[in-house]
Design a protein around this ligand. Structure first.
Ligand SMILES: Cc1cc2nc3c(=O)[nH]c(=O)nc-3n(C[C@H](O)[C@H](O)[C@H](O)COP(=O)(O)OP(=O)(O)OC[C@H]3O[C@@H](n4cnc5c(N)ncnc54)[C@H](O)[C@@H]3O)c2cc1C
Length: 394
């Protein structure tokens, strides 16, 4: 009998999980027949069918990307892999992971992979939902930010982020907000109105006086650094401090700390202090047999403090989870752990930096690329095109 695997979510972690679970080094056409006839698994994915390539959202600011470019209908990718797709939302996970309940049905499995992404701590600062935009809410919210930005000829714009460090690592989107700030500077210069705008970058998670390459890039662009600052609330006119002092802002682009979604809180999944799914170093959900999780919904076992939630980390974690799920379904013990690596290109359009740290000190791509060069902007675009080509056609 084929083992029944259920996958929840169709974001980076789930698609990487599928890639490594079904890894076969033959041409895609033959893959289809191989999976149909020989696959030991019967796989069901439950999601909304739309993959969003989040790393391209900051580029909306310079007009190089838009919603259409980064939304991919994932159903043909799944069909080519003989994966049954259920267009639905999961509302509960029961029976120690063996039953997944959706709005319209209920599905049982022999093994479960959870890749449901993040939720954001938007109740942390009052007024976040009402008075801020965020690239982390997806392309529609970023489109709304761009419309508001394009209606301004002058003004004050605050960009900021907050991190959730309760689980001992970086659950938040700092790098993305630095990128947005630099791209905003570039876009306003292109419009010839940069001198009519004030751009601020704030975060309670950066020490005032912090130095380093990112601070240098922000300072070079005349971005005002409100390091260490956290507003008490966001209001219509801007940011308000506890004593009532108002920092006037025409627009605020903000990313709240990352936590787990309602599904994490209200199902049988174990929850960490930071609100995420509690997993071990093999990607196994603690206390539940044959249940794995990876990506922005899952915590780490003993992580280094600097490790962030990233698509790149989701890939490393999903790879380990796929190998370990194959092992446990064969009755073996999981053995595959994953490396910790922060790796992303900070695109400033007229410049770029490769931000990198790893637990084993391995450089990115054997160090064949420069760490700071405008060439990296093209490389980042190449990675995106290659991945989207893979999803659409392979
Ligand atoms: C603006 C921005 C820029 C970024 N830039 C980079 C970058 O340059 N490099 C990098 O490595 N990372 C970057 N990231 C981070 C990266 O996008 C995330 O780490 C990655 O998307 C995490 O993958 P995931 O699968 O865990 O979550 P997601 O990609 O968010 O996918 C979660 C999936 O689960 C589905 N889902 C959620 N709840 C349910 C439910 N109840 N039932 C069914 N389905 C559900 C969602 O619909 C979605 O399909 C960026 C993120 C943002 C927001």
């Amino acid at each position: 009998m084929k083992k029944r695997i259920t996958i929840i979510g169709n974001g980076f972690s789930s698609l990487f999980f599928i890639q490594y679970l079904l890894a076969l080094q033959v041409v895609p056409f033959l893959n289809f027949f191989y999976r149909k006839v020989f696959s030991p698994y019967e796989i069901t994915l439950i999601g909304n069918g739309e993959f969003i390539y989040f790393p391209a959202i900051p580029e909306f600011i310079v007009g190089k990307k838009n919603s259409r470019d980064i939304r991919i209908d994932i159903r043909s990718f799944l069909r080519r892999r003989n994966i049954h797709f259920i267009d639905d939302q999961v509302i509960d996970i029961k029976d120690s992971g063996r039953t997944v309940v959706t709005k319209n049905g209920s599905y049982s499995n022999d093994a479960l992979f959870v890749g449901i992404g993040p939720a954001f701590q938007e109740d942390d600062i009052a007024g976040t939902r009402e008075f801020t935009y965020s690239p982390c809410r997806g392309p529609d919210d970023m489109d709304a930010f761009m419309s508001a930005l394009n209606s301004l000829d002058e003004g004050v714009i605050y960009l900021g982020f907050k991190l959730n460090k309760a689980d001992g690592f970086v659950a938040g989107r700092g790098g993305q907000m630095y990128e947005c700030a630099c791209l905003l500077d570039y876009a306003l210069k292109q419009r010839g109105v940069r001198d009519k705008f004030e751009i601020h970058l704030f975060s309670p998670n950066i020490e005032p006086g912090e130095k380093g390459a990112i601070t240098d890039r922000l300072s070079e662009r005349g971005i005002i650094l409100d390091y260490g600052y956290e507003p008490n609330s966001f209001v219509k006119e801007g940011l308000q401090d506890e004593d009532g002092t108002l920092r006037k802002a025409d627009l605020v682009l903000y990313s709240a700390g990352i936590t787990g979604s309602e599904l994490v809180k209200n199902s049988c999944l174990p929850v960490t202090k930071g609100g995420q799914i509690d997993v071990n170093k093999f990607g196994q959900v603690i206390g539940l047999d044959n249940v794995f999780a990876a990506g922005d919904c899952a915590s780490h076992e003993s992580p280094p403090q600097w490790v962030p939630h990233q698509a790149h980390m989701a890939q490393l974690r999903s790879q380990a989870a796929a190998k370990n799920m194959r092992a446990v379904l064969k009755g073996e013990n999981p053995q595959q752990t994953y490396r910790y690596e922060l790796s992303c290109i900070l695109n400033m359009e007229n410049d770029a930096m490769w931000l990198h740290m790893s637990s084993d000190d391995k450089p990115p791509f054997w160090d064949i690329f420069p760490r700071r060069s405008k060439i990296l902007v093209h490389l980042k675009n190449f990675f995106e095109s290659a991945y989207l080509f893979y999803l659409k056609y392979l």
